[in-house]
Design a protein around this ligand. Structure first.
Ligand SMILES: C[S@@+](CC[C@H](N)C(=O)[O-])C[C@H]1O[C@@H](n2cnc3c(N)ncnc32)[C@H](O)[C@@H]1O
Length: 634
């Protein structure tokens, strides 16, 4: 027995010793890989942030006379590596790329550095991994290289914690990180425009870069800056190479290695890119509320609404950039006061301040490598000449009307009476202003909806609570034989007729009929005469008790096989978000306190109760609106 115990102890000791050695070896190997991944030179020389693979393989002083070097520093020309705005405009670098490529088999694991992640993910969290990134980013720029301003800007923004994702349509940070790193392709939407999956891939990669730069507060400024440069370098160089190498957009960094370097000797850029992606995948340090952002967000809202009211974005768009004194003369606002507004807008990233002048997001083709992707939203969405402009929606409806309504939330929650839509719109000015704003907000959404919901075989459509007729106009423009009837409150019908008239001859196929949807009377259409009934943003605007009668009316109006499409602000069935859907539901309390905070299952249950088969529940505007489709059985 003693002998057995001794033998056992001896073997246990040997096994532990062996394991310890393997562990030490693994750590050593992991450390080696990390060092390799971050660059062979302990003290990298002047770093050029990845504009040229050649230079990156051997970082050194760029030759100012060398035309190739200079070319790499030039901003890309319009049309190069860009997506046109109508495609969703998500990425100006990699039109449809990003994520992990479908086929990366040409790469050795060593070249991709993937084993760093798989074998030893902790290695990337080790201090030396970050330290090297830090050293790397902190390298001085060669004089005359022309990028100092950018570096300073990025550093400044990173220091202030202001470099972050701007896109409201993005998924939560964590998802993006993992989505990007795992190369997952997720359909998504951009604002109100639908994106193709391939573009979504690019979007995810782009998004991830922006997100990791900021959101993880556990990172030091140097780490953020360093990793951001790493990721940008990878993306930028890779996008060019993959563009040349293949019409399908693969992971830029991978494409770059495959196309331009010897896989046996991966370039420092490639390795650094891998590290950046690993860091990207690091768990989010905190999921806590940002109390200040929530509490003081209304001040930023007002800055934005005032800028829209004053036409600041339009002025800056025409002039390119303006000093506060010049803008003050144009707007006739005292310079000190205006300065305060401009500072707030700059802090909120609506504007950019460079050498004492203010500008909107840079235009495509300028300043791209640091800023254009993250600072495009104002130029794209808030300048009235842009196709994607929705500033009027924010200005007239959110800024002028809902902002004030929201101030009534507490009394309404406590039971105080409030005006419903019908009462609110008895003031024709309110009805007109609201409806005009809604038109500006809904046209793009309508296009996105009808890309999702087919109009094949739809000849007759009812647009209940159809507002300005934005959805009806879009539908009749798509289908030349389609007739649409908008059922709306009387004051809105008047404004709707005026607005649709501007849509040209197709508008003749849109008619407006007055109706209060809360009154369960029969609708002014024949039974079983409609192919499609649409309720966009109506169900959140009327009391819960009116919903089932409304759906029953829709059922009666539809032919067998016809569909009812409910589109609205909705939260998930779990009722824990998303935030934008939840805020809108809360806003609705101030106009419709008896309303149902909409969820897909809440709507679906009522559709089923009215006799519909529920065909689909899906997102339309990411994190904000959803669509539930019911079909009347044949
Ligand atoms: C946010 S707007 C949406 C308009 C349009 N469906 C769209 O998506 O652009 C909500 C609309 O519901 C209409 N609405 C609210 N209560 C209504 C009621 N009881 N009867 C008819 N329409 C109503 C409002 O007049 C308003 O035009």
């Amino acid at each position: 027995m003693r002998c057995w115990i001794l033998r056992r102890t001896w073997w246990t000791f040997i096994a532990m010793w062996g394991r310890a050695n393997v562990g030490i070896l693994a750590l050593w190997l992991g450390r080696g890989r990390v060092n390799i991944a971050l660059g062979e030179k302990e003290e990298p020389q002047i770093w050029r942030f990845g504009w040229s693979v050649d230079i990156l393989q051997d970082p050194g002083e760029p030759d100012p006379e060398n035309q190739e070097d200079n070319k790499e520093n030039e901003p890309p020309q319009d049309g190069e590596e860009t997506i046109e705005p109508e495609n969703g405009g998500q990425s100006s670098f990699a039109p449809a790329g990003g994520g992990v490529p479908a086929d990366s088999s040409h790469e050795s694991p060593e070249a991709t550095g993937e084993e760093v992640r798989e074998d030893n993910p902790e290695a990337l969290q080790q201090p030396e991994a970050r330290a090297v990134v830090k050293t790397w980013a902190a390298q001085p720029r060669p004089p005359g290289d022309g990028d100092e301003e950018h570096i300073q800007n990025v550093m400044k923004l990173a220091c202030e914690g202001r470099v972050e994702a701007l896109r409201p349509e993005m998924s939560p940070d964590t998802e993006l990180r993992h989505g990007a790193v795992d190369g997952e392709v997720r359909p998504g939407t951009s604002g109100t425009e639908e994106m193709e999956p391939s573009r979504t891939k690019g979007h995810l990669l782009k998004g991830s870069v922006e997100v990791f730069m900021v959101k993880d507060n556990s990172w030091s400024t140097e780490e953020l800056v360093g990793a951001s440069f790493a990721a940008r370098g990878v993306r930028r160089s890779g996008a060019r190479k993959s563009h040349q190498a293949s019409p399908t957009w693969a992971d830029p960094s991978v494409a770059m290695v495959g196309a331009d370097t010897d896989p046996a000797r991966p370039s420092p850029l490639r390795r650094a890119g891998t590290v950046a992606r690993q860091l990207l995948a690091a768990p989010v340090a905190s999921d806590d509320v940002d109390l200040d952002e929530v509490a003081y967000g209304f001040m930023a809202s007002q800055a934005l609404f005032c800028a829209l009211e004053l036409g600041i974005f339009d002025h800056l768009a025409s002039a390119g950039k303006m000093k506060v004194e010049d803008l003050s003369k144009v707007l006739k606002i005292p310079p000190t006061r205006l300065q305060t507004l401009l500072t707030a807008l700059t802090a909120a990233k609506c504007l950019r301040l460079t050498s004492g002048s203010y500008s909107n997001s840079p235009k495509l083709g300028q300043d791209r490598w640091v800023s254009s992707e993250s600072w495009r939203n104002v130029s794209k969405f808030m300048v009235s000449s842009s196709k994607a402009f929705y500033g009027d929606y924010l200005k007239y409806q959110i800024g002028r009307l809902f902002y004030a309504r929201m101030g009534q939330l507490l009394p309404v929650l406590k039971g105080e009476e409030t005006l419903n839509y019908s009462g609110w719109f008895s003031d024709p000015e309110v009805a007109a202003s609201y409806t005009m704003a809604q038109h500006n907000g809904s046209l793009a959404t309508a296009k996105a909806l009808f890309r999702r919901v087919s109009l094949d075989h739809v000849q007759r459509m009812l647009d209940v609570g159809g507002g300005s007729g934005a959805f009806s106009v879009t539908a009749v423009q798509r289908v030349p034989s389609l007739f649409a009837t908008v059922l709306e409150l009387p004051a809105v019908c008047a404004e709707g007729r005026r607005l649709t008239a501007a849509a040209g001859p197709a508008a003749a196929r849109v008619e407006f009929r007055a109706l209060d949807a809360t009154e369960p009377t029969r609708w002014p259409v024949e039974e079983a005469s409609q192919d499609l009934v649409l309720m966009s943003y109506l169900c959140g605007s009327i009391p819960e008790e009116a919903l089932l009668p409304l759906y029953r009316n829709a059922f009666g109006a539809l032919r067998p096989g016809g569909r009812l499409v409910v589109h609205d602000f909705m939260v998930e069935d779990s009722k824990d978000g998303p935030a934008l859907g939840a805020y809108w539901a809360l806003q609705h309390v101030t106009v419709n306190p008896q309303g149902l905070g909409l969820t897909p299952s809440g709507v679906a249950e009522r559709l089923a109760a009215a006799g519909f088969e529920v065909l689909e529940q899906s997102d339309l505007i990411a994190r904000m609106t959803k669509v539930v489709v019911g079909r009347k059985p044949e």
